[in-house]
Design a protein around this ligand. Structure first.
Ligand SMILES: Cc1cc2nc3c(=O)[nH]c(=O)nc-3n(C[C@H](O)[C@H](O)[C@H](O)COP(=O)(O)OP(=O)(O)OC[C@H]3O[C@@H](n4cnc5c(N)ncnc54)[C@H](O)[C@@H]3O)c2cc1C
Length: 419
């Protein structure tokens, strides 16, 4: 067996002693197999994935599945664990603790993939390299999957206390505040667009309604949703109508085409972008989003996010891609879109390495589960690219979709973390 096959074989068997050696100290494997680190670098193409969220995890998994030890993947994230975005609602309404949502990256065991907990501090796209707080990483393929950050300061008053549920810290703080809310006005207020998971504010309102009913205080409370869109889920009139019906049935008010521009805590008033003042007793906010600083400073962003080819997800620089919330690609900011985009990028990298045909173009499709209250889950199947305008088909809330959503989570957990 030639050394290359021996190396590949070792990398393909995650539990083999050589694979373990490789994971712990790549140079040791090189010495043992008499392949110098320099020669090993010639053999293996390197992919550098910045961000281990929905997009980064799916990309690393697909590359490993298809190429095993034929690629050297470095996956970097500043956090020690991944959590699904929708778990924020679970934390907020006491259905899960923060600890229960966490899937530690230390559990990742994929041939050819090395996870590093580091913070990316600069990106040199031309050189396909990134600098972290612990060193410089170079690659043949660079993929930016750093998601979207929150700009709390863009909305004066939002950062003061427990006011937002889009970060896990915020959701956990609100998890302590909501049980004490027994009368008055709750506002679910969006502070800017685009924002992640457009149905999430509606889910929050419906879950809050159920929570207040369960505690016997619903009649003493009002709920309003403020959103800078004309309808609740813009690409799907059907879904928007179904959610609006659910709002009307439950006495939840919808304020369309408005965003919250500031919060005056001294007067307990949310100020909207047209100057309207809405008094509140509980404010559940969706902060304005923005790309992470390191992306804005990289020179890759235009109008706040990274533009990529709609079909290929490639930036203007060859072999540099971006997927997910950090991009402008014409689809909503949601994990299912990031994941699907990552599969296209993986197939493109594989085709480049193997010299095969480039993959089918990215199709802009995704299915999002929606918590509709009363313990039921609905789903919207969105298609952004195939017609003249986006479409979104609504699937009525059901127990079956509750099970589908559970499977959605458990299948990713198994695929990415092996548990
Ligand atoms: C309340 C709520 C409910 C949601 N529900 C759903 C849902 O039901 N379905 C769905 O599909 N989506 C849902 N989402 C949206 C979903 O969570 C995101 O759209 C998705 O995670 C985006 O994937 P991504 O890979 O682009 O980015 P992310 O998953 O955000 O991953 C980006 C990663 O980059 C890392 N990172 C950022 N900066 C740095 C740096 N400088 N150095 C190192 N690492 C860095 C971050 O730690 C993060 O792990 C929801 C979001 C919220 C807030």
């Amino acid at each position: 067996m030639c050394r290359r096959d021996a190396l590949r074989g070792a990398l393909l068997r995650p539990r083999s002693p050589r694979y373990v050696l490789y994971r712990q100290a790549p140079c040791v494997l090189a010495t043992h197999s008499r392949i110098t680190p320099r020669r090993r670098r010639v053999i293996l193409k390197r992919a550098l994935i910045l961000g281990a969220g929905f997009g980064g995890l799916e990309l690393a998994t697909t590359l490993s599945e298809e190429l095993g030890g034929d690629i050297d993947v470095t996956l970097i994230d500043r956090n020690a664990a991944f959590s699904f975005g929708y778990s924020k609602l679970d934390v907020m309404f006491g259905r899960q603790t923060l600890a229960e949502t966490r899937l530690p990256y230390a559990d990742i065991e994929m041939p050819g993939v090395r996870f590093l907990q580091q913070t990316v501090i600069s990106i040199d796209a031309e050189a396909r390299s990134a600098t972290t707080d612990q060193g410089v990483h170079e690659a043949d393929f660079l993929v930016i999957a750093l998601g979207a950050d929150y700009d709390l300061d863009a909305t004066p008053g939002l950062a003061d206390g427990a006011n937002e549920f889009y970060s896990f810290e915020g959701a956990a703080l609100l998890g302590d505040v909501i049980p004490a809310f027994t009368k008055g006005h709750a506002i679910i207020g969006v502070c800017g667009a685009p924002f992640k998971c457009p149905p999430a504010p509606s889910e929050c309102a419906l879950l809050l309604h159920d929570d207040l009913v369960a505690r016997g205080v619903r009649d003493d409370c009002q709920i309003s949703v403020v959103m800078p869109f004309p309808r609740l889920v813009p690409p799907s009139p059907e879904t928007s109508a179904a959610l609006l019906d659910a709002f009307v049935e439950r006495g939840i008010a919808f304020v369309p085409d408005r965003r919250v521009s500031s919060i005056d805590h001294a007067r307990s008033v949310a100020v909207l972008d047209d100057g309207t003042e809405m008094p509140f007793d509980l404010f559940l906010g969706v902060p304005k989003h923005r790309a992470p600083d390191v992306v804005l400073e990289s020179g890759l962003a235009v109008d706040g996010y990274i533009p990529v080819g709609h079909a290929t997800l490639e930036t203007q620089i060859a072999d540099v891609y971006a997927v997910g919330d950090v991009t402008t690609v014409g689809v909503p900011k949601a994990g299912v879109f990031a994941e699907r985009a990552a599969r296209v990028v993986a197939r493109s990298i594989i085709a480049t390495i193997r010299g095969g045909e480039q993959p089918e173009p990215y199709d802009g499709r995704g299915s999002c589960y929606i918590e509709c209250g009363h313990g039921l889950v609905g789903r919207v199947d969105v298609d952004f690219y195939s017609g003249p305008k986006p479409t979104g088909v609504f699937n009525e809330p059901s127990d079956e979709l509750v099970r589908d959503k559970e499977y959605f989570g458990s299948s990713r957990r198994a695929r990415w973390f092996g548990r």
